[in-house]
Ligand binder design. Sequence first.
Ligand code: PMP
Length: 366
Amino acid sequence: IVTRQAPQPKPWIDAIHAYVPGKSKGKDGKPLIKLSANENPLGTSARALEARAQAPALYPDPDSTALRAAIAAKHGLDAARVVMGTGSDELLNLAAQGYAGLGDEVIYVRYGFSVYDIAARRCGATPIVAPDADYGTDVDALLALVTDKTRVVFVANPNNPTGSYLPGGEIARLHAGLPADVLLVLDQAYGEYVAPEDDDGSLALAAAHDNVLVTRTFSKIFGLAGERIGWATGAPGLVATLNRIRGPFNVSATGQAMALAALGDDSFVEASRVHNRDERARFVSKLTALGNHGLRPLPSQANFVLVLFEGALSAEAAFDGLADRGYIVRWLPGQGLPQALRITIGKPEDMDAIAAALREMAEATK
Ligand code: PMP
């Protein structure tokens, strides 16, 4: 008699640690003000919310034609080189799946976005983690790890959860140092928060080379995280690969309509960027003043700040103290950052309250 067991996952799937999302409730289930998922504190463009009501409920346009045309027009791209995803998460996964498999290597930096590990492992590839440079991306450390087995390199710019940012010259140097058959995925989920004069040239690089894919999202500055819409651009061959393996109706009709409207609402996007720039600067300067208590906010070009706790007050205690005061932020021990909190830039009154609470806790801890 053959004894049959339950289905067994492939070993490389079994090795994956599931993504842990930012929570909106405290330990006791109490709803808290959520500054744990880098959402837009200004909400969503009113024009996008109006568009939602008009969207049909039948199958969406499988090619998101109007939305892709609008994205291409906005960024001076060829619409044929734009592909949509169910969030940029889907596109990151598809990029790994399309270009890496068993025995191949996928490189990203320590304290990089946690989806890269999942994306690499789920297609059987081996994740290779490059050391950071004081929590930032170190181009030389990444390049030093390239082997004949390297198929994909993921870099988020700005990076989550550190907020660090590589200038265009470093991105170009990274690309120039990679073999032509290695796919460089430049994840710009927070790209719209970067001051225009600090643009890192990713889109131009993707337009000019066969091995660069740029991903962007409607989840962050556009305030459409709930709709799950991302896009990617790169050479026709890269886009064709992703189109072959994506879900046929991977962006909903409401999502397409809302994203199209949000893309046209320049004043909402600009207000969001300016709010973030100003509030982030104010928050960072308040935390910098707590340096004598060991608090160290890292420089950020994104809509969050990673705060290191290097004194008596621990990140875990600060996390609990903030939750007691009604705020949930992100503590990341699972990502090797037990000494840090990632705090999304929210409304001015919330940032003031958080800074005051951190001061109070730091002063009370010996
Ligand atoms: N890349 C980075 C660096 C992110 O922080 C996120 C969101 N946490 C994503 C991609 C994915 O966002 P989405 O799937 O909502 O587009």
